[in-house]
Design a protein around this ligand. Structure first.
Ligand code: UDP
Length: 325
């Protein structure tokens, strides 16, 4: 199949591109490089520098290539920033996605896989979150993703667009080749910050809060390997061959780890201490976010492969030892 990967130079997108190419699919990457890295995409993969809000460039792209499906990763994704500058989030994540959807419709492309997030749930009301859990985002980032999920439901009814929104819990790790990995600037995510602290590339890790109602007082999250996220996207496209409508699935490992447990695992994997200090809670952080991915397993046939926290950390560690960008 032939895919357009919007945001294919980003963290999850670049792993998606690798995965598709490795499985014999044809790929074009479309990215404005606002947060992604050109080096994350192999030189022999066609790359178009552009913004999904740019209807003219999209129109040209769709006139040149015949895509079977679009996988859409482009987004602003920092919760704190979304609270400070919500217009940027609604413009990028909602406004620009509408431009992409309209261009797809004009071009007759009827399948989309969309990156959504656990942030659509807001504060969880149960220990594990399945798809029937109410959505109630507590920040503009989560709102912007939920808005598009709703647009996709309407587009399925009105235009016959087939879509899957995949709600990632905590994407983590790196391709075992260690040639691509997580590189955000600024870096806000726990695992890269832990490893940077180990390497002395940052000051001591700040642990945001040790007074949560969890087993050790620190926040619990569900870390899912980025290549396992990639495999779910391809399964989702295949699922849409047989199924009409707009679907949502949660993607996680189903097991939560606290910040202290991640630190302990990083110390096992690296053989070094993680310099850290406790700091106040970070606004907007729920105590626990753990997915039930039963539906993705049952309906998509998804089978995550790298599920042990130490293995996820080990893959991230290999990347952080020698990051290429
Ligand atoms: N966290 C932390 N220090 C950091 C980064 C994150 O203590 O430097 C905590 C954060 O408060 C949350 C967990 O680690 O409880 C995971 O945060 P991350 O930003 O990686 O992902 P999120 O769950 O916010 O999507």
């Amino acid at each position: 199949m032939k895919f357009l990967i919007c945001g294919g130079a980003g963290y999850v997108g670049s792993h998606m591109v690798r995965y598709l190419v490795a499985n014999g699919h044809e790929v074009v990457v479309y990215d404005d490089l606002s947060t992604g890295h050109r080096e994350a995409v192999d030189v022999d993969v066609p790359f178009v520098h552009g913004d999904i809000g740019d209807a003219v460039t999209l129109w040209r792209l769709f006139a040149t290539h015949k895509f079977d499906a679009v996988i859409h990763f482009c987004a602003r994704s920092l919760v704190g920033e979304s609270v400070i500058d919500p217009y940027q989030y609604y413009r990028n994540n909602v406004g620009n996605t509408l431009v992409l959807l309209a261009a797809m419709r004009e071009a007759g492309i009827h399948r989309l896989v969309f990156s959504s997030t656990a942030a659509v749930f807001g504060h969880p009301r149960s220990d594990t979150i399945d798809e029937s859990h109410p959505t109630d985002p507590i920040n503009p980032y989560g709102q912007s993703k939920l808005m598009i999920e709703r647009v996709l439901a309407d587009a399925a009814r009105a235009y016959g667009l087939r879509s899957v929104a995949l709600r990632y819990f905590n994407a983590a790790g790196a391709d075992p080749s260690a040639s691509i990995g997580e590189a955000h600037n600024p870096e806000t995510h726990l695992i890269p910050n832990v490893l940077k602290a180990v390497l002395g590339q940052s000051a001591a890790l700040k642990v945001f809060g040790d007074d949560y109602d969890t087993r050790d007082g620190t926040c619990v999250r569900d870390y899912v390997h980025v290549n396992d996220l990639a495999s779910a996207h391809l399964l989702a496209v295949q699922f849409l061959e047989e199924n009409e409508g707009a679907f949502t699935f949660n993607l996680g490992n189903g097991e939560g780890f606290s910040v202290r447990e991640v630190i302990a695992a990083a110390e096992r994997v690296t053989g070094r201490l993680v310099p850290h200090a406790f700091a106040p809670r970070r606004p907007g952080d729920p105590a626990t976010l753990v997915a039930s991915s039963l539906q993705a397993r049952k309906r998509l046939g998804w089978q995550p492969r790298i599920t042990v926290l130490d293995d996820i950390l080990a893959s991230a560690w290999q990347w952080h030892l020698q990051p290429r960008f």
